[in-house]
Design a protein around this ligand. Sequence first.
Ligand code: PEP
Ligand code: CO
Length: 453
Amino acid sequence: MTVTPSTWNPGSWRELRALQQPEWPDRAAAEAVVQRLRTSPPLVFAGEARALRENLAKAIDRRAFLLQAGDCVESFNELSTQRIREKLKIMLQMSAVLTYGATLPVVKLGRMAGQFTKPRSDAFELVDGEEIPSFRGHMVNSDEPTAAARIPDPQRMLEGYNQSASTLNLLRAFTKGGYADLTQVHMWNKDFVASSPEGQRYLRLAEDIERALAFMAACGIDLAAERRLHEVDVFTCHEGLLLDYEEGLTRRDSLTGDWYDCSAHLLWIGERTRGADDAHVEFFSGVHNPLGCKLGPTATPDDAIALCERLNPLRVPGRLTFYARMGAEAVRDLLPPLLRAVRDEGHPVLWACDPMHANTIRTADGTKTRSFDTIMRELEGFFAACWESGVWPGGVHLEFTGEDVTECLGGADDVLEEHLSSRYETLLDPRLNARQSLDLAFRLAELMGRRPS
Ligand code: PEP
Ligand code: CO
């Protein structure tokens, strides 16, 4: 149980300051779409959201690790079976590496099936000397660089709902229908990854896992009967940014009578919208899903405590995850005061690291990128800060893709600045490619292996 304040209802956020919302040109048309969403089937179920919360509670308790990853923003133009499968594959590979390397279950949470909206630092951008509204994700406007294409269109919320439903359907089929079977551990090694040093390293790990399974079978354990070897749970999440959409998908659970936002299992509040007295925190305070919240370099210990009090007053373990995104240089200084404040107040928070969003740089020609080494340095700083404060570093939040893109620099692949333009496909932030992701998983497993007992 969490708690819904008595003044709360799914629309109570409308009384408060709501940052980063589109100005729909026709408010009545937007309201009609929200009404349509209210009568549409939920995308996820309350019981599933509770299962995720219980898994996250285990991660607080040092009995699991959270792997949250996916695109910066999903695209309406890229709904393909192959892309979803490739993303799932790399997530399964990374999970195998972390589970085996760190001997901990991995909670798998895809930034998928609903990650269609983006907060923007600048409301406008300059294109060929003309100022046009910024792209805010396909659920709001088009990424095409014209003023007309950037006008918010509420019908896009319905398209986002439909695309989320198809993605989820495929994800459920893959994860429950044999594809994620641990006996397929070899198969997840993709062609272009398999030949690389990380791919080879993964191959050896897959062989170890297969030997372990054969050993268990030889001991008389009926592997075929063990459901957990043949199916996995992959939960979904996105930034709960567009409040019209989130409100439209909010339902009362028939079993408990509690409110759930049925657009995804976990919703997170972004760095730009986490004001404790603002609309986003109000809205999410009343739904019972597990929640996340980003904490960037300007977050103070008081901010962190205020968010704990607003979002998890009953102190339910697994309800609230904080993602520290401080930057590789700042994390060692800025994170410990937050960790200590939350620890000393006794709030059960899962601490995870987003090593991506405070480490974005631009090359000389203006291309947005991130360096693999900097990402690793923030992760190392995060682990060190947590251990020093007696807090469990419980997870990571990454932007990745299963494709062979060139968006982030470095890694074993050694993507150089001059390579960036060859396969730069992201709509917004640069993502780790499949090889860089696998490389990161091995290094993360090593980092976790160094944990003080
Ligand atoms: C994101 O996760 O894509 C994002 C925009 O992050 P943040 O709110 O931390 O900037
Ligand atoms: Co991003």
